[in-house]
Ligand binder design. Structure first.
Ligand code: SF4
Length: 172
């Protein structure tokens, strides 16, 4: 900490950063990097998808947390399942999931995604998506607001920081 006039200024130096890296376990640095670059795939499925898109727009500005919308699964770390998944759509969803590089995470957003919501017991809706994709965070609501989705990302960040392995979760 230094002073410029009456203002306190926090300064750092390359030797400080070098010392910090030497004293911090590699696992912690890797987790920190991963939690601060959660790029999510934009594939809105139902009305919850509109809230997901709104979360990535200017008003909520999730870019400041490193939570950035991406249009390609090959550049995405997080899949937000944002609405009902029909049996007809499931193969396409699985293909997108498989195209995402590891490590990757999935957030279930809204009642439709979690249990079918108003489409519960419909002939065409998949009820147990977690049988197909491992889900990290569930966000109930119809629809959950952008603040709820941001809270979901925060819970995911806590989960990533608690990791004790640096490997990938899934086989590529
Ligand atoms: S949970 Fe509600 S808002 Fe979300 S996709 Fe289903 S009906 Fe639409």
């Amino acid at each position: 900490m230094g002073k410029v006039g009456n203002i306190d200024v926090i300064t750092t130096s390359t030797s400080f950063i070098s010392d910090l890296i030497k004293k911090t376990p590699a696992q912690h640095i890797i987790n920190w990097g991963r939690k601060n670059s959660l790029w999510f795939l934009t594939q809105p499925m139902g009305c919850c998808g509109v809230e997901m898109i709104a979360t990535g727009c200017a008003h909520y500005d999730t870019d400041r947390f490193g939570i950035i919308p991406r249009c390609s699964p090959r550049q995405a770390d997080v899949m937000v399942i944002s609405g009902y998944v029909t049996k007809k759509y499931l193969p396409a969803l699985m293909r997108l999931w498989e195209q995402m590089p590891s490590p990757k995470w999935a957030i279930m957003m809204g009642d439709c995604a979690i249990s079918g919501g108003p489409f519960f017991q419909s002939y065409s809706t998949v009820k147990n998506i977690e049988d197909h994709i491992p889900i990290d965070v569930f966000i109930p609501g119809c629809p959950p607001r952008p603040e709820a989705l941001i809270q979901g990302f925060i819970e995911l960040q806590k989960k990533i920081m608690a990791r004790t392995d640096i490997g990938t979760d899934y086989e590529d």
